[in-house]
Design a protein around this ligand. Structure first.
Ligand SMILES: [Zn+2]
Ligand SMILES: [Zn+2]
Length: 328
C-alpha cells in the first residue's frame, strides 16, 4: 500500500510503498477514504511530544470502510463505514480506566502517535475504539469531527453553563465548537492572531458575536474561554478577559511556556484547566450531537502524497477550517 511515513522528528512524512497491515485479534482492517490533518501531527513531527513510534504513519481523524476483521472482531460488518479517533487503546485496569476516565489512562496508545494512523491507504484499529459515522456526512466532511470536533466538544463541556464564551485560535476545532455553542444559545467571541483579518472574517461568517485579535479587548467580559492556539501567552490574556468564577480551558496537547502573571487575574475563583484526549463516551455523544446541530465542517482537500504540503499550510494558517487527505 502507499503510505506517508515519518522516519524521524524534524523531518516531513515521505511516500513509501509498504506491506498492508494485518488486523490482529480484536482489530479491523480499514480502507482509508479520508484523514484530516491536526495540529497535533505538527507537534509529533516537530518532536514536541515525547516517544512517538518511529517510523510512524501520522493521522488520527480517519474515515474509512471495514476491509477485514482480525479474530474475534465482529462489531462492524465488512464494507461498513467507521471512524478512528486519537484514543486507540486503553488498559482497562488502571485507576483512571476503572473510574470512567479512560482519557487519562496511564498506558493509553494513541492513533498516529504511538500507533500507526491514517496517512495511508489502509490502517488497522482496535474495533472497540472505532466510532460509527453519521450518514449525514460525506467521508471528507466527517474526518475533522474525529479530533477537532470531539476534543473541542470535550472542551466546551468543561465551560459548563458559561454564556459569553471566548475562543482563542480560530482553526478547525474552533469552527466546530462555535457552531455548537451558538446552537446552545451562547455568545461566541473569536480571538485570532493579531491582524489576521481573514480568520476574523471567517469567524464572522459563522455568526459569532465578535471577532478580533488576541491583543484586543472583547466588548464584554467573558464567562469562560477555550484556547486552541499553542501559545502559552494566551493563558494570562484569556484570564484577564474572563469574569469572576470563570474558567480558561486549554484544548491543545502542547503549548509554549506560560509567562508569569499576577495573582490578581486568577483571584476570585477563576480557574485554568487542560483537556486531555477523549473517552469513547465523548466520541459517541459527539457523533450523535453533530448532525442534529447540524455541525458543518469546512475542509480543504489534499491528495495523500501532498501530506507535507497540507501540514505546511496548516502551520502557516493558510486555509480556513480543516485540511483533509483523500486517498482515491
Ligand atoms: Zn488504563
Ligand atoms: Zn487531533
Amino acid at each position: 500500500m502507499r503510505a506517508m511515513v515519518l522516519f524521524a522528528s524534524g523531518q516531513v512524512p515521505v511516500e513509501r510503498d509498504i506491506p498492508r497491515p494485518e488486523p490482529a485479534a480484536g482489530q479491523i482492517l480499514i480502507r482509508v477514504k479520508a484523514c484530516a490533518v491536526c495540529r497535533t501531527d505538527l507537534h509529533v513531527m516537530d518532536g514536541e511530544l515525547a516517544h512517538p513510534k518511529l517510523p510512524l504513519i501520522l493521522g488520527h481523524e480517519i474515515v474509512g470502510e471495514v476491509a477485514g476483521q482480525g479474530s474475534g472482531a465482529s462489531r462492524f460488518k465488512l464494507g461498513e463505514r467507521v471512524g478512528v479517533p486519537w484514543l486507540g487503546w486503553t488498559c482497562g485496569t488502571c485507576r483512571y480506566c476503572l473510574a470512567g476516565r479512560e482519557n487519562l489512562c496511564e498506558h493509553a496508545r494513541f492513533t498516529g502517535y504511538t500507533l500507526d494512523g491514517g496517512y495511508a491507504e489502509y490502517t488497522v484499529a482496535d474495533e472497540r475504539f472505532c466510532l460509527a459515522i453519521p450518514s449525514y456526512y460525506s467521508d471528507v466532511a466527517a474526518a475533522p469531527l474525529l479530533c477537532a470536533g470531539l476534543i473541542g466538544y470535550r472542551c466546551l463541556l468543561k465551560t459548563g453553563e458559561a454564556k459569553n464564551l471566548g475562543i482563542y485560535g480560530f482553526g478547525g476545532a474552533a469552527d466546530i465548537v462555535a457552531q455548537i455553542a451558538m446552537h446552545e444559545g451562547r455568545s461566541v467571541f473569536a480571538f485570532t492572531r493579531p491582524g489576521d483579518r481573514a480568520a476574523q472574517e471567517f469567524a464572522r461568517s459563522l455568526g459569532v458575536d465578535w471577532a478580533g485579535g488576541s491583543d484586543e479587548d472583547p466588548p464584554t467580559e467573558l464567562e469562560a474561554a477555550i484556547i486552541f492556539a499553542p501559545d502559552g501567552a494566551l493563558v494570562p490574556a484569556a484570564l484577564a478577559a474572563t469574569a469572576r468564577g470563570g474558567c480558561v480551558v486549554c484544548g491543545g496537547i502542547h503549548m509554549s511556556e506560560i509567562p508569569a502573571f499576577s495573582y490578581d487575574i486568577l483571584w476570585q475563583e477563576r480557574s485554568v484547566s487542560s483537556v486531555a484526549n477523549l473517552t469513547r463516551a465523548d466520541g459517541n455523544a459527539f457523533m450523535a450531537l453533530a448532525p442534529t446541530v447540524p455541525v458543518r465542517t469546512q475542509t480543504k482537500t489534499f491528495r495523500l502524497e501532498e501530506a507535507a504540503l497540507a501540514l505546511q499550510e496548516l502551520r502557516a494558517g493558510a486555509f480556513r477550517g480543516s485540511a483533509v487527505l483523500v486517498m482515491d
